[in-house]
Design a protein. Structure first.
Length: 432
């Protein structure tokens, strides 16, 4: 082996020293880093221990700052609930998104929410009575929340967007056992045809279930002198198909639903600008049933029947001109639950035709259980027919107008021609 000279030995020695110094520096730096990390860790732990970090904020199985997490993440992507499955205003998480419930179960919540029901929906009033709301309607903002005070529905879009009947209002008339207070007390209302004495006491003459063997009913006020009788199923001699749309269907659906709807106001011409509206002059104007509209005036029974029956073509429910069962049972409803126990004989003389829900100067307001003017404004056509040996005519109900004597419970007759109209109007019913 060749011996290194002095110069080579010095170079090797310098190299070894350099390597040792570099190694020392590296070790020193790592020690410094470790000390810094340890100090930072201790500082972080100290800060966490002194803070408000809670286990439920940390994922389960993870320890942070001496706190062991308990939070369990829930996978909501297999959830199937929709807004309509959750009560109105309540929230939930479905498929990773927060949703707000739209389901309404009570009349009160329906009124508060102003929800438009997409299908026929049964709600409960304050006492537990059923109220069946038709598709396209909502609970009116001024409705009662129990049936005894008058639950009002309002057309929101029953015939589609921008419906011509929008704003029309109807009041629920219950039949069967009606719960009247929070203690569960009940009053029974029979769907039927009635007569009333001068104290308001009613006599059920024709039960709805026995409609097929209909009683030939005489007006109790004129029973001794009247030359004919009133009958719901009777067809007029001069015209056809002016009876109720389907009295059997009305009775069956009303019984099954526990009630029906009667117009809150008389039906009217939505575009009328005065108080002498005849349907012939406004064929293109939609029929409505709402406040602030002039009621039809000088309208024939045939026109009234056609307009009411065609007011709604929705298959979810039916509309019709008021029949004798619906009119009489509405009087029973009012006398049972309003302060006026003799509404059947209420007499208000009215001197001019005014808009629905309004009154002529100095006259009395006629509203009971949220139903307006069954004892006021023009007499109202029904689908009941008057028969005698000489001619037929149609039954008019309600009103003392311009000194013409009619009462809510009374029956009068008018022929369906332009010489006998004398301020006559109509009212629509709904059943589902």
């Amino acid at each position: 082996m060749k011996k290194l000279n002095k110069k080579q030995s010095v170079i090797i020695l310098i190299s070894i020293i350099t390597i040792i110094v570099l190694i020392g520096i590296s070790i020193g730096l790592n020690v410094i880093k470790i000390n810094i990390a340890n100090n930072n860790y201790k500082s972080a732990n100290s800060e966490l221990n002194n803070g408000n970090l809670l286990p439920e904020y940390i994922k389960k199985g993870i320890t942070l700052g001496g706190v062991t997490g308990t939070l369990e993440e829930l996978d909501t992507f297999d959830a199937t609930a929709t807004e309509e499955d959750i009560l109105w205003g309540k929230t939930a998480y479905v498929k990773g998104k927060k949703i707000t419930g739209t389901k309404v179960l009570t009349v009160k919540k329906g009124k508060e929410s102003q929800k438009i029901f997409k299908e026929n929906t049964t709600l409960l009033d304050d006492y537990g009575n059923n109220v069946k709301v038709p598709a396209g309607f909502k609970i009116a903002s001024d409705s009662a929340t129990n049936v005894t005070d008058g639950v009002v529905i309002e057309d929101a879009n029953a015939n589609g967007t921008n419906s011509s009947t929008e704003g029309s209002q109807f009041v629920w008339v219950p039949v069967g056992n009606v719960i009247t207070d929070s203690n569960g007390s009940t009053v029974s209302i029979d769907l039927g045809r009635y007569i009333f004495d001068d104290t308001g006491k009613e006599t059920l003459v024709q039960k709805a279930a026995e409609y097929a063997s209909e009683t030939q009913l005489r007006d109790n006020y004129n029973e001794s002198t009247i030359g004919g009788y009133y009958q719901e199923l009777l067809k007029d001699k001069a015209t056809s198909n002016r009876k109720a749309k389907n009295i059997s269907d009305f009775i069956q659906k009303t019984t099954n639903s526990g009630g029906y709807y009667i117009g809150r106001y008389e039906a009217g011409d939505s575009n009328a600008t005065d108080n002498a509206r005849n349907a012939d002059s406004n064929d293109d104007n939609p029929m409505v049933c709402k406040k602030g509209v002039y009621p039809y005036n000088f309208i024939t029974q045939v026109q009234a029947s056609e307009l009411c029956q065609n007011m709604y073509s929705n298959k979810a429910f039916q509309s019709d001109l008021v029949n004798s069962y619906a009119w009489d049972t509405a009087i029973i409803f009012i006398q049972k639950f309003s302060q006026n126990k003799n509404y059947s004989n209420k007499e208000i003389v009215q001197n001019d035709i005014v808009k629905c829900g309004e009154i002529y100067s100095g006259e009395e307001t006629d509203v009971e259980c949220n139903i307006y003017d069954m004892a006021k404004t023009p007499g109202e056509w029904t689908t009941e027919t008057f028969f005698d040996s000489e001619s037929n005519g149609y039954t008019v109900r309600g009103s003392v107008f311009m000194n013409n004597y009619h009462l809510p419970s009374g029956r009068d007759v008018s022929l369906d021609d332009n010489t006998n109209l004398v301020y006559l109007t109509c009212r629509t019913i709904l059943y589902l």
